[in-house]
Ligand binder design. Structure first.
Ligand code: DQA
Length: 142
């Protein structure tokens, strides 16, 4: 099972960014956590982060034929991007959506997710652990 892990805008600012919400650990720590979880679960991962919507669309398109599944935290694009939703639908790979925070209890504008319309599973509010749970779910699909 080869999973493409995509992190959207501002997640590269973890640690510095609103630590009361997103925690004190930085993006390198998140990447290390994802790699370690993947290794323990016997899943192969490639990690990608971008602050640009089009770059994320390109990356999703490029995943077709190369990966078995996608784990994505689309960050702010969760709530705005029909383009990312359409790209995910186009490649039609099993997709898990993850959010560090519980978007269902935050501001109204964060409570709707375009990506949820095609994700098999959405994990919210579990911090780094959500990525592990997403990988675990996907690992069982192989
Ligand atoms: C986020 C939630 C989004 O609303 C926000 O824009 C993010 C991070 C999360 O992981 O909790 O950048 O996706």
């Amino acid at each position: 099972m080869k999973v493409f892990v995509i992190n959207g805008p501002n997640l590269n600012m973890l640690g510095l960014r609103e630590p009361a919400l997103y925690g004190a650990r930085n993006f390198e720590a998140l990447q290390a956590y994802i790699r370690k979880s993947a290794e323990e679960l016997g899943v192969e991962v490639e990690l990608f982060q971008s602050n640009h919507e089009g770059a994320i669309v390109d990356a999703i398109q490029g995943a077709y034929g190369r990966f078995d599944a996608i784990l994505i935290n689309p960050a702010a694009y969760t709530h705005t991007s029909v383009a990312i939703l359409d790209a995910l639908k186009a490649v039609a790979l099993p997709t898990v959506e993850v959010h560090l925070t519980d978007i269902s209890t935050r501001e109204k504008f964060r409570q709707f997710s375009y990506v949820s319309l095609c994700a098999e599973l959405t994990i919210c509010g579990e911090g780094f652990e959500g990525y592990r749970k997403g990988l675990e779910y996907l690992s069982k699909k192989a």
